[in-house]
Design a protein around this ligand. Structure first.
Ligand code: MEV
Length: 438
């Protein structure tokens, strides 16, 4: 019987592995072998990874692929993508190549504002609280100088602090709603440290404010935390070309453009489709966010909230045909960093950033948005023409053949066969059996 364990984190790595293998797996020896086979042979690299989190027992690999030929604002990029889904890098590369010949991607950063909030409870009169807030606002900023001075020197820091009355939503609930400029840092630690300092000043100053009666002097800080919803940390990426340049045949090109616009319109009016449409976009976004050592959970949470900002969940991309020109664009919030966090600590994240010409956070926002747009163009392009499975199963073919234990010779021959035949799981299994029986 498995029993709870005390002090697991205090065990050595070997002891942790022994414990998990013995208590939770059927073949402890094999378990240990698998876990250790993923350790890095360089002890220093392994130690670095061990120390990223608590209770590390091994590394979890994802493939790191490259999608080349991205022309973004006249500069060529090869985009590193960390992702397990077989068709994602191929789809991105296909889009990149397609738009390379049609002027490439154009981007604009529409804002870089980050947000954090001190949530607190005040049981007195709002006008008095507002008067108090106005009085202490300069002190809120000056008390945080110990944290903000370096960021201030580089042109960032606390941009504004607002008092927000949220009592209509919850009795006695107020916020310090703060905006920040964190330059090339994603800024989570900076923002959270600032907020905790602001909360402390707020609480301490309230005790000294003479207009507060003793019964309301005690402000209760509920929590101080950044918001991953950053609608003003926004980037736009776009592609466009005359409709007839979309395909060799003018008529096919017009039909394709119209189908693309209609498919995006469906994603704009139908949440079930919008979620899948945006999932396809996130295939591209997350892969670059992850490869560059950024926080993909933060990006995911913020992006989906943005997709629902007008009250219904809609597409992050849009498409139009105007005066014979096809346009396809994306607008989304991305809080990213190119310094701090894992970006310079994880050797592969650092390398990914080098491959991307060591971008600023703004440039990384542009690149990531392009990866999302390219991914969506490829996915929707396939959906409205051949269907998704043709390309997807071709890419997935190798995974299935590996699962079935195909030899290199069998793989070569079946990859050739499925260039001309429809690949489904059944068809692949049958073709392999047939090959083996001939
Ligand atoms: C699969 O990972 C992504 C797609 O479903 C996206 C889409 O439907 O647009 C193909």
């Amino acid at each position: 019987m498995i029993v709870p364990i005390e002090g697991f984190s205090k065990l050595s790595k070997e002891e942790k592995i022994d414990w998990i293998a013995l208590n939770y797996t059927s073949n402890p020896k094999a378990t240990k072998k698998i876990l250790k086979s993923y350790w890095n042979t360089d002890a220093n690299v392994q130690k670095l990874h061990d120390e990223f989190i608590e209770n590390t027992i091994t590394n979890y690999y994802l493939p790191l692929g490259i999608a080349p030929n991205f022309l973004i604002d006249e500069k060529l990029y090869a985009i590193p993508m960390a992702v397990e889904e077989s068709s994602v890098v191929a789809a991105a590369s296909k889009s990149a190549k397609f738009w390379l010949k049609r002027g490439g991607f154009k981007t604009t950063v529409l804002g870089t504002e980050k947000i954090g909030q001190v949530h607190f409870i005040f049981k007195g009169d709002f006008d008095k609280l507002n008067e108090f807030f106005k009085t202490i606002k300069p002190k809120l900023v000056s008390d945080a100088l110990g944290i903000t001075k370096n960021m201030n020197k580089r042109g960032g820091g606390i941009v504004d602090i607002e008092l927000r009355n949220k009592t209509a939503q919850l009795k006695n609930y107020y916020q310090l709603h703060c905006t920040f400029e964190t330059l090339d840092a994603m800024g989570a630690n900076f923002i959270n440290s600032c907020l905790e300092q602001l909360a402390m000043t707020l609480k301490n100053e309230a005790k000294l404010f003479s207009s507060f009666s003793s019964s309301v002097k005690n402000i209760e800080i509920v929590m101080s935390i950044l918001s991953n919803y950053v609608p003003n940390c926004l980037v736009r990426a776009e592609v466009s070309c005359p409709v007839e340049e979309l395909m060799n045949d003018k008529n096919d090109a017009r039909v394709f453009a119209e189908k693309m616009v209609r498919a995006v319109t469906i994603a704009n009016v139908e949440p079930h489709r919008a979620v899948t449409h945006n999932k396809g976009i996130m295939n591209g976004i997350d892969a670059v966010v992850l490869a560059t050592g950024n926080d993909f959970r933060a990006v995911e949470a913020g992006v989906h909230a943005y997709a629902a900002k007008d009250g219904a969940y809609t597409s992050l991309t849009n498409a139009s045909i105007d005066k014979g020109v096809f346009r396809f664009w994306i607008e989304l919030p991305l809080a990213l960093g190119t310094v701090g966090g894992l970006t310079n600590l994880h050797p592969l994240a650092k390398l990914a950033l080098e491959i991307l010409h060591k971008p600023s956070a703004r440039e990384l926002m542009q690149i990531v948005a392009v990866a999302g747009l390219a991914q969506n163009f490829a996915a929707v392009g396939s959906l409205v023409t051949t269907g998704i499975q043709e390309g997807h199963m071709k890419m997935h073919l190798l995974n299935i053949l590996n699962q079935l234990g195909a030899t290199e010779q069998e793989k070569r021959s079946l990859i050739e066969y499925f260039k001309k035949n429809t690949a489904t799981h059944n068809a692949i299994t049958e073709a392999l059996e047939k090959l083996r029986n001939t």
